[in-house]
Design a protein around this ligand. Structure first.
Ligand SMILES: *Cc1c(COP(=O)(O)O)cnc(C)c1O
Length: 489
């Protein structure tokens, strides 16, 4: 890989070298996925270990593929917790189907950037096509138009900006937020942290953000929302947006969307639906009742890179009024105007970045190589596994669920002596002890969560290779860890 140009040695991977090393890397990735079961699910490295184990100085000369492969296997893999592991039950399912990984590889290999339609017509039109495919699979009306963003955090920010501009009659074209009544935005106490972040970054201000109380199932209380909006209006503020959660993070709780929309409509507020995780379930007809009313919302975001399994990053944002979206998001300098400006989609005007990755390829590969039927069957398998585990927990002595089981997410506690027998501090300590023991074992990974001010264990089922046997193994691990933790306290 070393050549001489003008007397200097230069390294550049040629297409032939790429072919050779690339084949080895594909083998390496395939082996990693095949043998992943043997790895500890949660990384066991100490902070700083990765950094200090790798070379500190940048290489002046080309290094060999072998040296890089060795670092991958000996440092990078141990330095990761494995989302693709069959006993991964942490955070949320973040599946990276190998079908979509191939599409992502093509995207990188093509090295295309969608600055505008002309720069990459196929990038634009495949994004339109795959967003329409997904819309159809989700059972949404054709009036919805979608774009692929990096994350749901970005999607929610874009929605908040659209809401702000609608409520301020395009204040960004005048004095921004300095004129008119203060705008208020609403979500629930259980909403994902990215929701508060989007509201704050949209310039609404913490004192105009309302995190509405939830009911005992961690769902936004629509009556409390109505009261908060009415009080704000009476005080001279203008309610601009409500962000509803379909599958909030802690317990995957589902806000009553139809009721929320009715309340929001009375104030002309934008309704954004954050279905980042649970939106995956909407490709199952039997789950769509969970987002009843969605057709009346203004925007919806969901991550194909979670349970559905298109490799990160692939977050869909659908809006109904693309004209409004484009008016908010476009600044259109002359160097980006082309002879085809009007009759084609210019995705730079549908979000924040100008440059655009060819993300549609991984979604296209995923849907074409796996097919919707197989994806639906996998989701149904995961739902059945979650129901099985919920039944075990409910039937076991000293175990109980701390939130209604929702989709594939379960929250639970173990209390030696039975529910209500421990003081809350001791119970929190016990919960953290047994969950940490499970994670330290390397044999499964789950992330505890705080519900109602107290710790719960939390199991999120839905990694692509997770079968019933893996959930059974987890349940045995949980029981052993809880028994041990109870004995040592
Ligand atoms: C995962 C998740 C998010 C954030 O997703 P990113 O794509 O990482 O920004 C937001 N809301 C909910 C409900 C989520 O589950």
């Amino acid at each position: 890989m070393v050549r001489t140009v003008l007397g200097c040695e230069v390294g550049r991977v040629t297409p032939e070298e790429f072919r050779q090393f690339g084949h080895r890397l594909v083998d390496w990735i395939a082996d990693f996925r095949r043998d992943i079961d043997d790895l500890p699910v949660r990384s066991t490295v100490e902070p700083g270990w990765v950094r200090t184990t790798l070379a500190a100085a940048p290489p002046e000369k080309p290094e060999s593929p072998e040296a890089i492969l060795e670092d991958l296997s000996k440092v990078i893999v141990p330095g990761l917790s494995h989302f693709q592991h069959p006993r991964y039950f942490a955070f949320y399912p973040a599946n990276a189907s190998l079908a979509s990984a191939l599409g992502d590889m093509v995207s990188t290999g093509l090295g295309s950037i969608g600055l505008n339609w002309e720069a990459a017509p196929a990038l634009t039109e495949l994004e339109e096509l795959t967003c329409d495919w997904m819309r159809e699979l989700l059972g949404l009306d054709p009036a919805w138009k979608g774009a692929i963003h990096d994350t749901a955090s970005t999607g929610t920010l874009v929605a908040a900006l659209c809401a702000r501009e609608r409520a301020s009659d395009y204040g960004l074209d005048r004095d921004g937020l300095r004129e008119g009544p203060p705008l208020t935005m609403y979500s629930s106490e259980a909403a994902h942290s990215s929701v508060a972040k989007a509201i704050l970054l949209a310039g609404i201000g913490r004192s105009n953000m309302r995190l509405v109380p939830v009911d005992s199932a961690y769902r936004l209380d629509p009556e409390a929302l109505a009261r908060a909006m009415a009080a704000d209006k009476a005080a001279g503020r203008r309610p601009a947006a409500v962000i509803a959660s379909i599958g909030a993070t802690g317990a995957a709780s589902v806000d009553p969307l139809a009721e929320i929309i009715e309340v929001a409509r009375a104030h002309g507020a934008w309704v954004h639906v954050d279905a980042a995780m649970a939106g995956s379930a909407m490709i199952l007809e039997e789950c769509r009742v969970l987002w009843n009313g969605v057709e009346e919302a203004d925007s919806v975001s969901l991550n194909a890179h979670k349970w559905i399994g298109t490799v990160f990053d692939c977050s869909l944002l659908y809006v109904r009024d693309t004209e409004h979206l484009v008016r908010v998001m476009s600044t259109d300098p002359s160097y980006l105007k082309t002879h085809r400006a009007d009759d084609v989609t210019q995705y730079r005007n549908w979000g924040i970045p100008l440059g655009r990755r060819f993300r549609a390829l991984k979604l296209w590969f995923h849907l074409r190589l796996d097919g919707a039927q197989a994806i639906r069957a996998r989701l149904r398998r995961d739902l059945a596994n979650a129901q099985w585990l919920a039944a075990q927990i409910e039937a076991a002595d000293d175990w109980y669920l701390t939130a209604p089981p929702m989709l594939q997410t379960l929250c639970m506690r173990h209390e030696p002596g039975g529910r209500g027998s421990m003081a809350s501090d001791a119970r929190d300590a016990h919960t953290l002890r047994w969950t940490e023991a499970v994670n330290r074992s390397g044999r499964a990974y789950l992330t505890p969560t705080i519900l109602d001010g107290a710790w719960s264990g939390r199991v999120s089922i839905g990694a692509e290779p997770t079968e019933r046997t893996h959930v059974e193994a987890l349940w045995r691990l949980m029981q052993d860890a809880a028994t041990d933790a109870g004995r040592s306290s």
